[in-house]
Design a protein around this ligand. Structure first.
Ligand SMILES: Cc1ncc(C[n+]2csc(CCOP(=O)(O)OP(=O)(O)O)c2C)c(N)n1
Ligand SMILES: [Mg+2]
Length: 1014
């Protein structure tokens, strides 16, 4: 039966041009196969078929304008099933799934509840003493009732009752301030702690050796070169947190398992080196080259994959990046799983963070997303040693409670590990609740001060606050009191917390552990405000450190600050290795087994090498067209990860919503408002687009996760992050640097780029420097193309270099939103090479054969230069060669290298920079211009021995028409003509009157201040 395929609802557009026919008569097609591509002045989308069958006739051709309801094709259908009828109603499917899941969950919950009720010992009544308690007897009764409920019906019932009480109070108008906090005690009750299976004695010995070697490494390096720096205090406070993880939880990547991903806190790097030394992965010589990275074999100061590519995976030392990168890494892992690209192996992402670090807005900035996306593969461990660099993190408050509130409020599973096991009996005996009261009321400044003093001080200042607490410790000596340990230094408590964290389902977990900064460093380094920067320990401190951790070194060895490594056959080394063997291998370790992606054949970009004729389009639109083409390449299509921070419509990418879907871990639970339209907002569990919302830092973190997929997930992916160019490097510069360090591969597209192409926006939108920022990153390759074929050549080469040849570089390409027609690619065989190297001659005006000038134009301003050159030829008889400069940055890189070579080889024939090759033999002075600051084009000035002038858009942007903006910044064709004549006059190639006349003619006000001053 023959059926018509009609143009569907395409939104507000009418008479949209058909730019591509993707089928022909006689083709057999299936539902969802793309039929035609249509393009409005903003975006291009493919229309998929909703019928399967054989194409009988095609009613449209390229160039036709179509509207909703027009007939595209006649199809002889196979079974006359239309997509609309066949589609399983998504919502019903979701409902069934959800119901099934909740049934399963209920069952699980019931069993765990039963278990809990059975194993629960009689809960203790914790009475929290409160000054304002007007009837303590009544309070006691209520608390006893609650205890009875917990005992009889379990935690959930108790929770339910409390919730009901709060609701009731709220309904009665009682204004109860809401709190996300629990008392200042461990989250996991003693009776629910999972016991470690490890040998605590051996583990303590190993930990002590790691502590010693880490400190020795820093002290030795600083003895040799006092300028080198380093940190002892951070790792000293976190050693147990890492050790328990590495001995029992962090699973390495191997041929059977993808590996957990661990973000180590930057300043704790010495601890990781010290462990690798015991593991035999690093030798003494390497430890002695800590922070001496210039010669090969040195150990990098902090985790830097660029400098130690086989060891470190994640750069974290710029505080705040780690937490955000880890969140998006966990999210990206789920994305890969949901798209069926990797298996779900229950891998975890762990992130170790400092409590001071949590002040960075980025640290807490994305925790909402982690909860929303139910990232139960994510575990944060916040090391709360209560100190940052200068002093206490929250001297007057409590960082642990503050973090608990923030994370609980955001929907995380919070596990507080505050007190070590020595406190357990005291807490159990705290029948009056006074101990918890003191714990709650003592501020961090006091807690810190106590650990800088001794047991007697703690007795007086802490337990001495109440008679009840004083009595609680009356039988303890000062030494016993001093031994009361913090949770983060207690391997049992840490083990129990990690165990619980790894088993949590449905939400991310944060383990908030209390520790002591500089733990074990003695009077000069423990819990004092200067701990962070202590990098030298005197002999007494070293002796103390040795004794404190029972390191088997003689006094002489301590004086020599010798490392200690037990024999390979010792129980310690055997144990350490056995643990790692059990967990699949060493950690951290960076490897990659990803297969390259074959770059698409050149012809996939053929349609971008022909002229667009009358048709005008922006380079952003050309890019989207190109991506649409790439989605038809079977090798590339599944690997593309388009990332957009709420700007798809700005860039004309809304067609992607239907075509490849927006990733949403819960699918789409609602019918979108625009469901009937071709570009409907389609969320899908295996959607491909990462729509990040207004969140550039998050989008960049996703880009880094995808760009390092080849090493962290052993699958090469092609992230393409499109953003307003002004909200790129300027906004997320530190992330871009971390991405570079991580050796991310992929594309950053600075769309709506330039200072004058984005008309009608303004100072905060108009970018005149992103290329300069890009140029600061050594492995960033950047381009500012003008025409669609340039873009195509650059993009394909990017795919080839990064994803086929696996070079550790990334691309920054600016695209614009100014519509113009694009010429055919010049036939010159060197054109492609020139585009990639950074410049090629695009046009020549040589009618007059008298005076000549060289114009170097980039991006949108190239077009002004072409128009200016035309005026110069026709009205002033000046010839001109015009060069399209696709990348001043690339030209500069080549110039620097060649110059260096020539300086280093004074006796050899000098090499020529590519700029010199292009311009060396040309006639006339050079004038360069771009839509960026002059310094952009000035970059190549040193590499050519000719008069060189540049125009650019230095100054604050502002909103106006493109014409007015280019006039204001003096980069329009009129200024190009006037300045061009002035340059020639200055070079005494023409009389100055021509320049003066042009200045007058074009109403150029010589008295107008520099735009930088306006
Ligand atoms: C973005 C950034 N700002 C400042 C620093 C300098 N800095 C290094 S460590 C540190 C204090 C860290 O304190 P915390 O996060 O509590 O870590 P701890 O060493 O106490 O575990 C500071 C300010 C940095 N590394 N990164
Ligand atoms: Mg700290």
């Amino acid at each position: 039966m023959s059926e018509k395929l009609l143009v569907p609802d395409i939104g507000d557009f009418e008479k949209v041009e058909v730019i591509e026919l993707l089928v022909k008569e006689g083709d057999q097609i299936k539902v969802n196969d793309p039929i035609v591509t249509i393009e409005s002045d903003k975006s291009s989308v493919e229309i998929p078929s909703i019928i399967s069958g054989k194409i009988e006739s095609i009613n449209i051709k390229v160039g036709d304008k179509v509207s909703k309801g027009d007939v595209l094709l006649h199809i002889v259908s196979e079974n006359s099933t239309k997509k609309d009828e066949k589609i399983i109603p998504k919502d019903t499917e979701n409902l069934i799934k959800e119901a099934e899941q909740s049934l399963k969950k209920n069952k699980e919950e019931k069993t765990t509840l039963e278990n809990r009720i059975i194993k629960q010992e009689k809960p203790q009544i914790i009475e929290v003493v409160n000054k304002g308690d007007i009837d303590s007897l009544e309070t006691k009764e209520w608390l006893e009732s609650l205890s009875a409920v917990i005992e009889r019906d379990g935690d959930d019932r108790a929770h339910h009752l409390i919730k009901e009480l709060i609701n009731k109070a709220y309904m009665e108008g009682v204004n109860i301030p809401y709190t996300q906090n629990t008392p200042y005690i461990n989250t996991i009750p003693v009776n629910e702690e999972k016991k470690s299976t490890g040998d605590q004695n051996i583990e303590r010995k190993i930990r002590s050796l790691i502590r010693w070697n880490a400190a020795a490494m820093v002290v030795r390096a600083n003895k040799k070169f006092p300028e080198l720096g380093g940190h002892i205090g951070t790792f000293a406070s976190a050693a147990t947190l890492y050790d328990v993880g590495i001995n029992h939880f962090f699973r390495a990547k191997n041929n059977k398992f993808g590996g957990d991903l661990v973000y180590f806190q930057g300043h704790s790097a010495p601890g990781m080196y010290a462990r690798a030394f015991l593991e035999g992965r690093l030798n003494e010589k390497q430890l002695d080259n800590f922070r001496q990275e210039v010669k090969p074999g040195g150990l990098s100061s902090y985790p830097h994959p660029w400098l130690m590519p086989n060891f470190w995976q994640f750069p974290t030392v710029s505080m705040g990046l780690g937490p955000m990168l880890a969140i998006y890494q966990a999210r990206y892992m789920k994305y890969l799983i949901n798209r069926g690209l990797i298996k779900d192996e229950g891998r975890k992402v762990w992130a170790f963070l400092g409590d001071g670090e949590m002040d960075e807005p980025e640290s807490l900035g994305a925790i909402g997303l982690a909860a929303r996306e139910k990232l139960d593969n994510l575990i944060f461990v916040v090391n709360c040693n209560l100190q940052r660099l200068d002093g206490p993190v929250r001297g007057n408050g409590k960082i642990i409670q503050e973090l608990e509130g923030s994370f609980r409020g955001a929907g995380w599973n919070v596990i507080k590990v505050i007190w070590g096991s020595y406190w357990d009996p005291l807490l159990a005996n705290d029948k009056t609740g006074h101990l918890i009261k003191v714990m709650n009321e003592t501020v961090d400044g006091e807690y810190q001060a106590m650990k800088a003093r001794d047991g007697a001080y703690v007795r007086e200042k802490f337990f001495g606050k109440f008679q009840e607490t004083r009595e609680l410790v009356s039988s303890l000596s000062d030494k016993d009191i001093w031994r009361l340990n913090r949770g983060g230094h207690d391997p049992h408590k840490v083990f129990a917390a990690y165990d619980k964290a790894t088993k949590n389902i449905g939400s991310p977990t944060v383990v908030i552990a209390k520790t002591i900064k500089g733990y074990g460093m003695g009077k000069t380094g423990e819990s004092v405000n200067t701990t962070h920067q202590t990098k030298k320990l005197d002999i007494d401190d070293l002796m103390y450190y040795r004794d404190r951790f029972d390191v088997p070194l003689t006094d002489k060895q301590v004086r020599n600050i010798e490392y200690y490594k037990p024999d390979e056959k010792s129980t310690e080394i055997k144990y350490l290795k056995e643990r790692r063997l059990h967990l699949g291998g060493f950690i951290p370790e960076r490897t990659t087994f990803a297969k390259p992606i074959k770059a698409p054949s050149k012809d996939i970009f053929d349609n971008m090498k022909i002229s667009t004729g009358e048709k005008e389009m922006s380079t952003t639109m050309a890019l989207v067209r190109m991506l649409t083409n790439l989605l038809r390449d079977k090798d590339v299509a599944p690997r593309l990860v388009p990332i957009i921070p709420d700007e798809a419509r700005t860039f004309g990418m809304e067609g992607f919503f239907q075509k490849i879907g927006i990733y949403a871990h819960e699918g789409q639970k609602y019918e979108p408002e625009d469901a009937a339209q071709l570009s409907s907002y389609r969320e899908d569990k295996n959607g491909q687009v990462l729509e990040e919302g207004i969140n550039e830092a998050g989008a960049m973190s996703s880009w880094i996760a995808a760009g390092t997929s080849y090493t962290n997930h052993d699958i090469e992916m092609i992230p393409i992050y499109l953003f307003y160019s002004m909200f790129g490097f300027q906004r997320i510069g530190d992330f871009a640097w971390a991405g570079a360090d991580s050796q991310s591969r992929g594309f950053l597209i600075g769309a709506t780029a330039g200072r004058t192409t984005l008309a009608g926006e303004g100072l905060q939108h108009q970018d005149g420097h992103s290329h300069l920022l890009a140029s600061t990153i050594p492995n960033c390759v950047s381009y500012d193309p003008t025409f669609h074929y340039e873009l195509a050549v650059i993009f394909r080469e990017g795919l080839r270099r990064m994803h086929e040849k696996r070079e550790n570089i990334f691309y920054y390409i600016t695209t614009m939103n100014e519509n113009y027609s694009h010429p055919e690619m010049p036939k010159n065989k060197n054109c492609e090479e020139g585009i990639l190297k950074g410049m090629y001659k695009i046009k020549e005006f040589n009618k007059n054969k008298k005076t000549k000038i060289q114009f170097l134009g980039s991006g949108t301003i190239l077009r002004e230069m072409i128009k200016g050159a035309e005026i110069l030829q026709n009205e002033y008889q000046i010839d001109c060669e015009i060069w399209s400069v696709t990348s001043f940055n690339e030209l500069r890189k080549d110039g620097m290298e060649v110059e260096r070579y020539n300086l280093l080889n004074p006796d050899k024939k000098p090499k020529k920079s590519y700029v010199e090759e292009c311009l060396g033999k040309t006639e006339g002075p050079i004038m360069a211009a771009s839509d960026y600051m002059r310094i952009n084009s000035d970059q190549i000035r040193p590499y050519i021995n000719k008069s060189f002038y540049s125009l650019g858009t230095d100054g604050f942007g502002r909103s106006d028409t493109r014409k007015n903006l280019r006039n204001f910044f003096e980069v329009d064709k009129e200024h190009i003509v006037a300045y061009g004549l002035s340059v020639l006059a200055k070079e005494q190639l023409i009389a100055s009157k021509y320049a003066s006349e042009a200045i007058k003619k074009y109403n150029i006000d010589g008295k107008k201040p520099m735009p930088t001053k306006l």
